[in-house]
Design a protein around this ligand. Sequence first.
Ligand SMILES: *Cc1c(COP(=O)(O)O)cnc(C)c1O
Length: 457
Amino acid sequence: MTSDEPSEVTPIFDRPLEERIRAYKRLPEHPSLPRTAEQLVRDEIMLDGNARLNLATFVGTWMEPEARALYSDAFDKNIVDKDEYPQTAAIEETCWRILADLWNAPDAAAAIGTSTIGSSEACMLGGLALKRRWQHARTAAGLDTERPNLVMSSAVQVCWEKFCNYFDVEPRFVPISEEHPTLDGHDLASHIDERTIGVVAIMGVTYTGMYEPVAAISAALDDIHQKTGLDVPIHVDGASGAMVAPFLQPDLAWDFRLPRVHSINTSGHKYGLVYPGLGWVVWRNASLLPDDLIFTVSYLGGEMPTFALNFSRPGAQVLLQYYQFLRLGHAGYTAVQRESQRVALHLAHGIDAMDAFDLWNDGSDIPVFAWRLKAGHTKNWTLYDLQDRLRMHGWLVPAYAMPDDLADVTVQRIVVRIGLSIDLAEKLLAEIRTQVRYLDRLDSPLPDDANRSGFHH
Ligand SMILES: *Cc1c(COP(=O)(O)O)cnc(C)c1O
């Protein structure tokens, strides 16, 4: 080895790799020592936020050490390789069968489902099944299959806009309002016609955490069915709520107890309590998933049906979901979600007690709530300014505009997840009080920040 080549004895910050990457922004010419590469990556991610203080995300940021150990032993498993990893494939099926049962499928043995990379992929699959079934019915009736549409709230998560865009379906948004803060069946008939492939109902609206009343939406569709003959199915987007409602609101009928609900998705990596990325989608009955959407992969010398947008994808998260099911059981999930809800209610009531704010909701659906500035409180600052002040102290508490027709309303939201203890919540409340006192001392408005980056739900 020549004297200018780095070796293990060269001090780590004196090794030359970093300079080359900075200078060329392309694959380095030469290899580097493992510790050098590791240190460079660690240094860059040091500037990321602290995930535990991120109250913007729904996604899991904490698991037990046993789960972490399991993860690191399983991160080489490829979910699509059913032949190589038949046990992982069997566990995947066990997991979605557990969910079918948890969501009250009348005959869990007749249900069908799959894991996905997240709810976005799961929603695409749910939407594709609705579209394909509608097309088959139209073709069978000798009708055209042009211009299908999907009806949903203006407060849907962006994945539904993507679905409509990528798969040529017209999105029909029912605007939310002060009187109808969620899709609730009101005025549904004016959005539905013979080209409607389905209605999306959200359990846990991303903007506020509120449940849409799926039973009321279903009743409105029953009414439409009776009057017009149009029999429109529901897909429930339970990205967050489908792993909360079974434990915190077991009597609420939002799931397969409603015959109109064809399919349900959830994010394993949200209140399923698994690291990203894992989603699930389950159909009440295999007959609701058209055969011509299914592809087969080889499995133990035979074939296995699959329905997915991805081919290769990590299998370890599926094992983590199974770990959580075994570890927590029904009582454990109930305890964890109830504790998150206790913290959410505590925070919401603390914020409600401050003069500056009005609650939008209090976290009694999923442990998520939003608030706005009380009308007339101040002209000198906005919730965006409060967001910035909190960020200076490490807390990520996003402010954003509501969707149509409430786009002039700004709210701020907190998502409570496992790991946000009541002690941390107290510290956050104290910080909010301190920052509001500071902002209230302004005697003229703060400048508008035109470059504010949008919040992505
Ligand atoms: C988060 C979310 C999604 C997208 O889920 P990912 O798992 O992040 O892909 C879809 N719908 C709703 C209601 C959500 O909250």
